[in-house]
Design a protein around this ligand. Sequence first.
Ligand SMILES: Cc1cc2nc3c(=O)[nH]c(=O)nc-3n(C[C@H](O)[C@H](O)[C@H](O)COP(=O)(O)OP(=O)(O)OC[C@H]3O[C@@H](n4cnc5c(N)ncnc54)[C@H](O)[C@@H]3O)c2cc1C
Length: 516
Amino acid sequence: MSATHQSQAGNPADEYYDVVIVGAGISGIGSATMLRQQHPHLRFLILEALESYGGTWLIHKYPGTRSDSDLFTFGYHFKPWTGKPIASRDQILQYLGEAIEDADLAPHICYRQKVQAANWSSDQQCWTLQVQDGDSQRVQSVQAGFLWMCQGYYQHAKGYTPDWPGLEHFKGTVIHPQQWPEDADLADQQVVVIGSGATAATLIPALADDCRHVTMLQRTPTYFAAGRNADALAEELRKLEVDPDWIHQIMRKKAVHDRAVLLKHASKAPDKLKQTLIDGVRACLPEGFDAERHFTPPYKPLQQRVAFVPEGDLFKAISDGKASVVTDQIETFDEQGIVLRSGERLDCDVVVTATGFDMAVMGEIPFSVDGEPVDFANTVGYRGILFTGVPNMAWVYGYGFYSWTLRVELIGNFVCRLLAHLQATRASSVAPALRPEDADMTLLPWVDTQTLNPGYLLRSLHRLPKRGDKPEWQHSQDYEYEKQVLPRVDFSDSIFSYHYIDSARKASKTMRSTTA
Ligand SMILES: Cc1cc2nc3c(=O)[nH]c(=O)nc-3n(C[C@H](O)[C@H](O)[C@H](O)COP(=O)(O)OP(=O)(O)OC[C@H]3O[C@@H](n4cnc5c(N)ncnc54)[C@H](O)[C@@H]3O)c2cc1C
């Protein structure tokens, strides 16, 4: 599944492309497919730093790696999902491989090509990317009329590990799930998984059968929802041999509807939802288990993702005595294990740090405009897609509470419509700009941390673009709203600032393929 892929795209050095997509994860593959469908004449390239496609799904190799949302909405609208709602890493990689094949994207993907810098030239009206070849380490330049950033949201090279005292003294093995060693053998080992999120909940049942015992050590509990990894409606429709395309569309609508209902409950009656979730978890645990302490988060439901536990496998491992939960804080590590604030200790052979990510703001690529460095914290995001002062660039940043891919597709249509507008009006570039009526607008952090506050976002909020207090200057996190609004955006609105160059230069540089 994680085979190396030879780039078929040839050497992109010194070439000009109408569109360059950075990243061949679920966002890049989806965006490229929509670009092909809607602008078959545009010349485009996907630059991917890794040796193959998949991004998150290539990188994460820990036992049991799986999606936490359903593949009807985490998959694409244009490619039916025919498996169980929650999918394994291998299944997702296979699906993405097929999507590449279906849209014949392989000739457009350059693997092991890392974008190291991006400079916009107002004079030339294009981006020049510095791209490092993973084999030769040579840095070459590639030019792009439009830059479509699908590079994800976290640092891929290394996960986040807090600075725990004494960790250097620990004699056992420390593994971060983002860098799971191929040869890791945890058989008969005493394992502590630090963390309480979806990764910990996935790993623990996957390890429980093999290792001596696995302990989930958490500072704060997470909300979980246990259920079958199946959907009765999908099963019924499949039994009736309904066309898989139809089933996919129906199940997407159902998944979105169910999620919207859940979000409504979360905002209207958070205490009731909290009780329902905790009761659901309690029902999966042995009598007398302290669910109050270990599975009752101090925050409201859906301030962070509710982690779905397919078939209740985490709770089964706990019930079988193969896994246990400790809610406490780390005082220090020592040679044998972890000393807790309570004075208790956890001796172990292996510590797995399921402690999340470090955010990568725009892939940590140094951006500049006419040689002036861009500090994204000083930009304001137009609907979280385009940024003031940064021409011809779109960033794909998905949803916190809905499947990421739903936003990939809304942005895909948005960018394709924007590209069509540029061509129709013979404009060479566009960037959003604050209008006179926005002059006194209050600028806020990228997300409202009252509603969405995972650690990686909180740690990097100061580096992310700003949000305004008007809907057009916000990534709303609301799929139902954006589904209505994004397709209706009027690109002649004064919020968009266009640049036109004379037609002779335009023919030689900008959106070349369309003027041919
Ligand atoms: C284990 C796990 C499970 C998850 N499950 C879900 C889920 O069920 N539902 C959901 O909505 N979300 C889920 N997420 C979040 C998930 O990361 C996103 O939804 C989605 O996979 C992101 O896709 P992406 O293509 O935007 O980014 P990524 O998957 O991060 O891919 C980005 C790609 O860009 C490449 N890249 C980055 N920088 C550069 C550069 N400078 N030059 C060239 N290439 C570059 C990277 O190598 C990478 O291949 C999960 C995350 C994890 C870790």
